[in-house]
Design a protein around this ligand. Structure first.
Ligand code: GLN
Ligand code: ZN
Length: 755
């Protein structure tokens, strides 16, 4: 029995080969068969990487053309009616991306990661039907090159738990899906003398109730009995599963996968696992961060586990699928070598798992020359790292230690009077969320600048001309509060990260976000401070071009942290404090240069919530405190806005209120004012800008439609509390959609105001 286990491997390719092949296929540049050939080669390459790294438990079916949840939907035959008329290849990509006749299926984030899955649409009426073609083919493809894989499948409870269902109790669907899963296992049992099937059940980390536990027992009792040739591993990750471990151990499965990196409390479950005699897949190498593993720490952790669980029942693993990790540090030729030495991406993590397992099971003496060299080198790097001057900024540390102002002055009730007097905006003031379209020309200019093809001054002149135009457009439309349009930024994090000390960047650290889309998050390795301005000059420039108010834009600490890889040697709360201080200096600069409205976006505030309920309060404390610290330098007269890209505030409304922003803009366009009622119910005092049209669609909403939307809003909140804006930034839209939409929005407000 092998001792090394990888939950799953990334599939987009070291050079994003899958992305480019997908896009070529979609645009008709290559045929499906050509595309499939690229996919096949990638799979082989990934199996070989793992095999050569001495990984014994390698997955098949962790590959996907688009998304594994979508693959599961296919496997179950849960095709929504609107795609039924298409053939299966067309169906697959239309379900993911939509087509001219049907909107795509919804997409949302996979637990607390930045990977998005396609949300299944289920109903009582679906006739589920097994299609195991992909799974079987992939198993055989690996076998052909001499790799006997375990088969990864999304567990039934996780699949259901993440689905949208028109039936109120989706657990009723367990009885419908279970026979399909059983049939699948029967088929898989015929593929080989024995076979391991990994069911991913991360839903268990969100906490269990009686219904979930009853279903957990039922599902794995039945699946465990399908065939003696099938061994079932139920793997979980991102948190602990203490409340479901007893039930899981009481089913005839072979192994349980636990994350000991993000779910240290899993250590409390070891006794139960030991008694059940099950194998333990021990996730000790972090699968979703980029830092070199501290081998001694992992060995110590395994030592603790080994005190309860017999060594021959332990498999050494990554904490979760390496899907969330970039490929390899080998291609980071431009990176500072000291920092590069601290990193470990997916391919390097394979070696870590193998080395840790070797030492744990066979002792240091068993290491060959290379193994020992690797161990010693890693140890040396980490010792040097802990003493590195790059991690510490004494100035920032002292500044934080002597902080005496943690929030701005004045109560909201008093501030808003001063602000309305100074800013003189009308009720139902119109504005936008910040960005204007990132045109192909703008993107091309940025690329040219990054490559050194145009000079800084040529680039900056171009940005200025964009801002000039953007201001003029907004004045012509007649918006009340203008923005500079964010042309200098490619996204909400990188632009700021580049201007902060303590942040690092990779050239190839791509991670799949959804389908062919990848992100390359920056990483925080050291104390963060503002080395340069955060770009307030652009906003001040925009203000110089108009008599109207220009709102300045910044990204908040939670968003900066959530969309970056973060260091693990200090708490997130400390990192957030450092970012907040940098932001508060920028707020101060904006204000000194005449900017009177400043928006600090916290797009990631809600997704930053911990998966386990008991950890929420701790998160809320630092998330709110760091927001307040970011704007602590603002004068009472300066109006602070924030923006959040969602609308489900029911359970967090008091926390949102505690952030103490004067105005919050949110996304309600797609959910109507049903979700807004909570603001009224709790007596929310601050001003609110509920997005009145959906920017995610190219459609131009009519004046009438937006008037109706505003009338509906007025039933919930009084006129003096309302702002009118789209529901998110406009950067992904085209000007010829944005201009008419905003004109209609302003016209709708005019008609409602009656002037
Ligand atoms: N100010 C940002 C923009 O308009 C906000 C983006 C976001 O909320 N995701 O693009
Ligand atoms: Zn948004």
């Amino acid at each position: 029995m092998g001792k090394t286990y990888i939950i799953g491997f990334p599939r987009i390719g070291e050079k994003r080969e899958l992305k480019f092949a997908l896009e070529d296929f979609w645009s008709g540049k290559i045929s499906f068969d050509e595309f499939d050939m690229v996919a096949k080669k990638l799979k082989q390459k990934h199996w070989n990487y793992q095999k050569n790294a001495n990984i014994e438990h390698i997955s098949s079916n962790d590959f996907s053309f688009y998304d594994n949840m979508l693959d599961t939907t296919f496997m179950l035959g849960a095709i929504p009616d609107r795609f039924k008329h298409l053939n299966s290849k067309e169906q697959y990509f239309s379900m993911a991306r939509g087509d001219k006749d049907s909107p795509a299926m919804e997409m949302t984030k996979w637990f607390n990661t930045n990977y998005h899955y396609i949300v299944p649409e289920l109903s009582e009426n679906i006739e589920f039907k097994l299609d195991a073609t992909k799974i079987i083919n992939e198993y055989n493809e690996a076998k052909e090159i001499g790799v006997k894989t375990k088969v990864n499948i999304i567990g039934l409870l996780t699949y259901l738990g993440l689905s949208k269902c028109d039936n109120s109790n989706y657990y009723d669907l367990v009885d419908k899906l279970l026979p399909i899963y059983e049939e699948l296992l029967k088929l898989l049992s015929k593929l080989d003398d024995d076979i391991i099937v990994q069911f991913d059940e991360p839903i268990l980390v969100c906490g269990a109730n009686d219904i979930l536990l009853a279903n957990l027992k039922k599902v794995y009792d039945r699946l465990g009995m399908v065939s003696p040739k099938v061994k079932i591993a139920v793997v979980t990750y991102f948190e602990h599963i203490n409340d479901s471990i007893t039930t899981l151990c009481d089913t005839p499965i072979w192994a349980i996968g636990l994350d000991f990196v993000h779910g240290k409390d899993n250590l409390q479950a070891l006794d139960i696992i030991e008694k059940s005699g099950k194998y333990l897949i021990a996730g000790v190498v972090n699968g979703r961060n980029i830092w070199k593993n501290n081998i001694d720490d992992s060995l110590e952790l395994l030592g603790i586990i080994g005190k309860t669980i017999k060594k021959d029942k332990i498999l050494v693993s990554t904490s979760c699928s390496l899907l969330h990790s970039p490929y390899t540090t080998a291609n980071e030729i431009k990176m500072d070598t000291e920092i590069k030495n601290w990193l470990s991406f997916a391919i390097e993590k394979l070696d870590e798992v193998a080395l840790i397992a070797k030492i744990f099971f066979d002792g240091f003496d068993s290491l060959n020359y290379d193994g020992l060299k690797y161990y010693n080198k890693t140890k040396d790097i980490l010792i040097k790292k802990s003493a590195s001057s790059l991690l510490n900024d004494i100035y920032i540390k002292n500044r934080i230690a002597s902080l005496d102002k943690f929030q701005r002055d004045g109560k909201y009730e008093d501030r808003i009077i001063l602000q309305r007097k100074a800013l003189k905006y009308d009720n139902l003031a119109t504005t936008t969320i910040g960005s204007f379209p990132q045109t192909p020309e703008l993107r091309a200019k940025r690329l040219q600048f990054k490559k050194g093809e145009i000079s800084k001054s040529v680039y900056e002149d171009y940005i200025k001309s964009y801002i000039d135009e953007c201001i003029k457009i907004q004045e012509d439309i007649g918006l009340d509060v203008l923005v500079h349009g964010e042309p200098e930024r490619n996204d909400m994090v990188e632009f700021f990260a580049e201007r902060l000390d303590g942040y690092g960047f990779s050239s190839n650290g791509w991670v799949q976000s959804y389908g062919s889309r990848c992100v390359k998050p920056p990483f925080i390795y050291g104390d963060v401070s503002r080395k340069d301005t955060l770009g307030y000059e652009w906003i001040v420039y925009a203000q110089s071009k108009t008599k109207k108010l220009v709102k300045g834009m910044l990204s908040g600490p939670v968003t900066m942290i959530n969309w970056s890889f973060v260091r693990e040697d200090v708490s997130k709360s400390q990192i957030a404090t450092q970012i907040a201080l940098a932001l508060s200096d920028e707020v101060d600069d904006l204000q000194k240069h005449g900017i009177k409205i400043i928006q600090v976006d916290e797009a990631a505030f809600k997704e930053g919530y911990p998966l386990r309920f008991e950890k929420r309060a701790g998160y809320e404390k630092w998330a709110v405190d760091s927001f307040k610290l970011s704007v602590s330098s603002s004068l009472k007269e300066t109006q602070i806005h924030t923006h959040m890209c969602y609308s489900e505030f029911n359970d967090i409304i008091k926390t949102i209120e505690a952030m103490d922003a004067d105005v919050i803009s949110i996304e309600t366009a797609r959910s109507g004012n049903r979700l807004l009622k909570v603001f009224k119910e709790v007596g929310y005092k601050q001003e609110v800008g509920p997005g009145i049209y959906d920017i995610h669609s190219p459609r131009v909403p009519s004046v009438e439609e937006m008037k109706n939307q505003i009338i509906a809003l007025l039933e919930v909140l009084p006129r003096k509390q309302l702002w009118i804006n789209p529901d998110c930034g406009l950067k992904t839209r085209k000007y010829d959609e944005v201009i008419p939409s905003l004109k209609n929005m302003v016209q709708a407000v005019k008609e409602i105001r009656g002037h």
